[in-house]
Design a binder for this molecule. Structure first.
Ligand code: SF4
Ligand code: SF4
Length: 105
């Protein structure tokens, strides 16, 4: 199991905005594309994953308990910002800290 499967902090810390072309039915989908129902329109060229801009952010696609066991419900279809984020990202430990998890070395 990867460390991310026991974490999930970044999916409950940051706004996740992406291009509508990555929505299901769009021109640049990964897998099946992000379900439209999981997104909110922001501008003509930007949509946002539901839940990621809440006062206590948590992506609607995140299943499980942060810091214990989590899963992305739309992993194969997750949008670019999620694909570009990993443990090498400087914001990884910021997200972990926000959720009371020890920083990764
Ligand atoms: S915050 Fe870091 S360790 Fe946690 S799920 Fe995101 S990338 Fe993985
Ligand atoms: S789509 Fe998946 S990887 Fe992206 S923020 Fe939501 S739960 Fe995390």
């Amino acid at each position: 199991m990867s460390v991310c499967q026991t974490c999930g902090a970044c999916c409950a810390s940051f706004r996740v905005d992406f291009h509508p072309a990555e929505l299901a039915g769009g021109a640049f989908v990964w897998g099946e594309g992000v379900p439209v129902a999981m997104s909110l329109p922001v501008t003509a060229g930007i949509v946002r994953l539901c839940g990621t801009d809440d006062a206590e952010p948590r992506c609607v696609a995140l299943v499980g308990e942060i810091g214990n066991s989590v899963r992305c419900m739309i992993y194969d279809a997750r949008p670019s910002p999620c694909r570009e984020f990993d443990t090498e990202h400087a914001a990884c430990n910021r997200a972990r800290q926000r959720h009371g998890l020890a920083p990764l070395p």
